[in-house]
Write a protein that binds this ligand. Structure first.
Ligand SMILES: Nc1ncnc2c1ncn2[C@@H]1O[C@H](COP(=O)(O)OP(=O)(O)OP(=O)(O)O)[C@@H](O)[C@H]1O
Ligand SMILES: [Mg+2]
Length: 304
């Protein structure tokens, strides 16, 4: 359904160009739950924004993004807006920004049901209440009548998630949709997304820094570091047998190494993880490791 091939994104700032995503390959099948995992700054949101055509003007993109065999990097603004309104649900990292500040939650959420499902006013309101229930919001009536600024960050995130799921999208792109909620709720929301994924045969690209948590729900995992995918696998295989030193670090199978002296890794195109890697050899500083494996399972590392 979604196929990202050789995606490279630069941000051009006043002083320099930042390479945010580096020749990334990733795909999501119909009905598949893919977890894209990486630490802050690894380029996860940039991938999501590239798919949705939301990159800022000061960015440069190369590579290709196909959605149901339609090329997204060339698509017109109107067609992209249509896709976002119907086929691709998006929960941005800054959920509050996705809500209209001068309209109540109820009016925004019920509009989705009226436009998408052709529901009447009363039915749309009732469906909105049910949807808020799905994302574990209590005091549904109060929230429906509230304006976004009257809700907590975590509540806004859940409302935006509810709006995205209400679309019954073919693909849900969720960028850290549970960062502002507590650990128990996080598990509940993930399990709700996973249920919706199965019931609606919805593809999910779930972005998070929490490998262990997302791995409980994902069909496949892709681990990102410094703009590159370093390892892909099923959660079962990755948890049992993590290969890349960074994945091993995330899963607590390696101690955090002492930071090596400032290495020239990024500047001369070496492996981005080299300076944090206890297995780094000379080659790691000199060039990018090739991908060993396929779309389902593979790793990019010289030391393996
Ligand atoms: N508009 C921008 N202009 C310049 N640099 C940017 C811009 N947006 C992001 N970057 C840089 O691109 C890199 C990737 O950022 P991105 O937001 O994709 O990371 P992320 O993995 O989503 O991080 P987080 O987990 O903190 O959300 C970072 O180095 C970031 O500083
Ligand atoms: Mg982000």
């Amino acid at each position: 359904m979604l196929q990202i091939v050789n995606l490279t994104v630069y941000y051009h700032t006043l002083k320099r160009a930042v390479l945010a995503v580096d020749r990334l390959n990733l795909s999501v099948k119909h009905g598949e739950f893919l977890g894209l995992i990486g630490e802050s700054g690894s380029g996860k949101s940039t991938v999501a924004k590239a798919v949705l055509g939301l990159l800022p003007a000061e960015s440069r993109l190369s590579g290709s993004i196909l959605y149901k065999n339609q090329s997204l990097e060339m698509i017109s603004r109107t067609d992209m807006e249509k896709l976002r309104g119907a086929e691709i649900g998006f929960v941005p990292q800054q959920a509050v920004a996705a809500l209209n500040p001068v309209r109540t939650i109820g009016s925004q959420l019920s509009e989705v049901f009226r436009l998408r499902a052709g529901a009447g006013k009363k039915d749309a309101w009732r469906m909105s209440a049910d949807m808020l229930d799905c994302v574990r919001i209590r005091n549904v009536d109060r929230v429906l009548h509230a304006y976004p600024h009257e809700l907590s960050g975590g509540m806004c995130q859940r409302v935006v998630l509810a709006m995205a799921i209400a679309l019954r999208p073919s693909l849900l792109l969720a960028d850290e949709p549970t960062t502002s909620v507590d650990a128990c709720l996080r598990v509940e929301l993930l399990s709700e997304i996973s249920t919706q994924q199965k019931v609606g045969n919805m593809g999910v690209l779930f972005i998070s820094h929490d490998l262990a948590l997302v791995g409980r729900y994902a069909d496949r995992l892709a681990v990102m570091y410094g703009g590159c995918i370093v390892e892909k696998d099923t959660p079962e295989e990755m948890f049992a047998n993590p290969k890349h030193p960074y994945t091993r670090l995330l899963l607590g199978k390696e101690g955090e190494p002492e930071l090596a002296e400032q290495s020239p890794a990024l500047s001369n195109g070496g492996c981005a993880f080299a300076q944090r890697c206890r297995y780094a050899v000379r080659a790691c500083y000199q060039g990018q490791p090739n991908w060993k494996g396929d779309e389902i399972s593979g790793v990019a590392c010289f030391s393996l």
